[in-house]
Design a protein. Structure first.
Length: 269
């Protein structure tokens, strides 16, 4: 399923990686094929470039494991228009993330250069507010203002997986633009509990904090929190004889020290 949508979304750009699939029989759907996996940033940039080329006002990024009702899409865009804020860059709904362990509700994210767990859980401080300014919006479902994309730029492909939207939102904020979460609209994310989330996702999530800190010339002392976490986890995984996690920690530590960026999937095959 691409997305539940109607005339609210005049065009859908469906990015397919790998073997060429059949075209979707709908003139409003453009299937973009790529034989190369450019990562979250690079793959979504294919759709963003197409959206900019066709002159749309907004682009909605939506993972294939996330869902949002079309009435909620209309509500989100209506609220954005009602704000009348020319500095609005990104907006997203509350994200209800569900897996076999239960569900949690998130209202955007915090600074990835300072926190290990950056997802901001819904709490009493969000109650009574339908608009909440955030450091970044969760990339599973996020609206981007095409008017400002030209000045802010597209997603940085150096991250490959995790951190790209946080980087994009931060770059926008440096130019005086806003990133907001609409707290009375809820979307759903169903991340798969795959073993790769314990290796690849862990690797990129940690490594890319170093990428972010170096890229934006932030205080280098911020790196030590993440170095300490990796080393402590490496000791723990060694004591538990967990070879896959030990390998992940070693690769992450070495690559973070050397400033490695981009696709490193081959190291986990």
């Amino acid at each position: 399923e691409v997305l539940t949508w109607s005339t609210i979304l005049p065009r859908v750009y469906y990015v397919v990686i790998g073997e060429k699939s059949e075209q979707i029989d709908d003139d409003r759907v453009e299937v973009i094929h790529s034989t190369v996996n450019f990562g979250f940033g690079g793959n979504n940039n294919l759709g963003l470039k197409a959206s900019l080329r066709h002159g749309h006002d907004w682009t909605l990024l939506c993972n294939n494991d996330a869902k949002m009702g079309e009435t909620d899409i209309a509500t989100m865009l209506g609220k954005a228009e009602a704000l009348g804020d020319d500095t609005l860059f990104s907006l997203a709904p509350m994200m209800k993330e569900q897996n076999e362990f239960g569900s949690r509700m998130y209202a955007g994210g915090k600074d990835i250069s300072q926190f290990l767990n950056t997802r901001e859980e819904f709490s009493s401080k969000h109650e009574g507010k339908d608009v909440h300014d955030v450091f970044y919006n969760i990339g599973s479902i996020v609206f981007l203002n095409n008017v400002h994309l030209g000045q802010v730029g597209l997603l940085d492909e150096d991250y490959f997986f995790s951190g790209e939207v946080a980087d994009l939102c931060y770059r926008a904020s440096l130019q005086g633009l806003r990133n907001i979460c609409i707290t009375d609209v809820v979307a759903f994310h169903f991340p798969e509990n795959h073993h790769r989330r314990k290796t690849l996702y862990k690797y990129y999530s940690l490594r890319n904090r170093f990428v972010f800190i170096r890229k934006h010339d932030l205080p280098s002392r911020r790196m030590w929190k993440f170095y300490r976490f990796i080393i402590k986890d490496l000791i723990y995984q060694t004591l538990c004889f967990n070879r896959s996690q030990m390998k992940t920690d070693w690769i992450c530590l070495w690559d973070s020290i050397r400033g490695v960026t981009g696709n490193q999937n081959h190291k986990f095959q």
